[in-house]
Design a protein around this ligand. Structure first.
Ligand code: HSE
Length: 437
């Protein structure tokens, strides 16, 4: 049967992996897809690298624009990244009637509505399994496997770099900077590692998952984003003593008031499976009303795990490209005409439990002053520990866990607590999620 012809843009880590896996498993992939899938042209600025990886098995060029208008190409794989030239190439590929597979979460989280609309109008498919959690088929699971459910929430460890950093800091007591360098050396980090550390990469991914889960437009600009760069090792230690692990979570939750879309370091009970996801691994927990909780675990980055997702999209496209576009799986799980514009909750309206760490004078009445402020905001305390002051010190660390409250209430209480004479410096405030039902 006539092969599906693919043009590959970018032969870096994931591009190289895609080339290798397609070649290695070509027989099984053909048996699944129903016809061969072959890369006919590779575009990369580094022609030497392209030559080395392809070994003369296909054409190579340094002109990516020639690939998106190449009449021989049926599907374009975009692995360039970023929103500049990558967006132009994707839009041109769509305009030229090519299907597109991309791992570019930044592009889809920021311009997804425009890109999916253009693809819909042109009747082409956009595959983006590789954009979220690398090799874990989470897009497929949420879009197709859980389609019977009203999805209630998704919480994911969807950035391997930060999970690696948090794991190493907790396990080995290493500093943030040392571990970041190691993560970069191992190739987990984005080209700009601030995207990892500051939670932007996770926010791109949870933005896409929220759209798939709730049938809402892609709204990265509404995501609340807080990374791990100001996380203190002492909080990792205290959290552990209290039976919690700190993870950078992407959370999307449906509430009666609107959708929560947020990324921040989060305390989660150490007994939860997801709390035990260590190193650069990813995991996504999805709560559906019918199925309950389901957990997806695997490698969220790397050459072959990400290639696994890219090729899965290629196989889907190969199977479906002759189908009437109306009868294909919708890009964002819901039919384009059935998307809804639910309100997005500002962080001040989000409900969570909290971990507070304060430096307080070791004096009578201090705890009473603090608990009165919390009570005035109707915040109920779940647990308190006060660490003995170190020798020759008159101040102690006070750690409090609260029950659920709105973020604006805890912030108001913190402002008053920080104004007390007996409290030194800022209050550290971290959110906690039980991740039960
Ligand atoms: N920088 C990302 C991570 C790679 O650390 O998870 C995959 O998106």
């Amino acid at each position: 049967m006539k092969p599906i012809n693919v043009g590959l843009l970018g032969i870096g880590t994931v591009g190289g992996g895609t080339f290798t896996v397609l070649q290695r498993n070509c027989e099984e992939i053909t048996r699944r897809a129903g016809r061969p899938i072959q890369i006919v042209v590779v575009a990369d600025k580094n022609l030497e690298l392209a030559k080395l990886v392809t070994g003369g098995a296909c054409r190579i060029t340094d002109d990516a624009f020639s690939v998106v208008s190449d009449p021989e190409v049926d599907v374009v794989i975009e692995l360039i990244g970023g929103y500049g030239v990558a967006k132009e190439l994707v839009m041109q590929a769509i305009a030229n009637g090519k299907h597109v597979v991309t791992a570019n979460k930044a592009l889809l989280a920021t311009h997804g509505n425009e890109i999916f609309k253009a693809a819909q109008d042109k009747g082409v498919m956009i595959g983006f399994e590789a954009a979220v959690a690398g090799g874990i088929p989470i897009i497929k699971a949420v879009r197709e496997g859980l389609t019977a459910n009203r999805i209630e929430w998704i919480a994911g460890i969807i950035n391997g770099t930060t999970n690696f950093i948090l794991s190493e800091m907790r396990d080995k007591g290493l500093s943030f900077d040392t571990v970041l360098k190691e993560a970069q050396r191992l190739g987990y980090a984005e080209a700009d590692p601030t995207f990892d550390i500051e939670g932007v990469d996770a926010a791109h991914k949870i933005t896409l998952l929220a759209s798939l889960a709730f049938g809402i437009p892609v709204q990265f600009d509404k995501a609340y984003i807080e990374g791990i760069s100001s996380l203190d090792a002492v909080d990792i230690k205290y959290a552990e003593q209290l039976g919690y692990r700190i993870k950078l979570l992407g959370i999307a939750r449906r509430t009666p008031e609107g959708i929560e879309l947020r990324v921040h370091p989060t305390l989660i009970p150490a007994k939860r499976l997801i709390a035990n996801v260590e190193g650069a691994m990813n995991a996504v927990l999805v709560q559906g009303d019918a199925v309950g909780a389901t957990l997806y675990y695997g490698k969220g980055a790397g050459a072959e795990p990400t290639a696994s997702a890219v090729i899965a999209d290629l196989v889907d496209i190969t199977r479906m490209h002759t189908a009437d576009p109306e009868n294909r799986v919708p890009h964002l799980a819901f039919q384009p005409g059935a998307m809804v514009d639910l309100p997005m909750l500002p962080m001040s309206e989000v409900t969570s439990s909290y971990y507070l760490r304060l430096r307080v004078a070791d004096k009578t009445g201090v705890l009473a002053d603090i608990t009165r402020i919390l009570a005035d905001q109707l915040i109920s305390i779940d647990a308190v520990i006060q660490k003995e002051p170190a020798d020759n010190e008159t101040e102690a660390d006070l750690i409090m866990l609260t029950h659920q409250t709105r973020e604006k209430c805890i912030d108001a209480a913190i402002a008053k607590i920080e104004a007390l004479n007996v409290v030194t410096g800022r209050v550290t405030r971290l959110r906690m999620e039980e991740l039960g039902k």
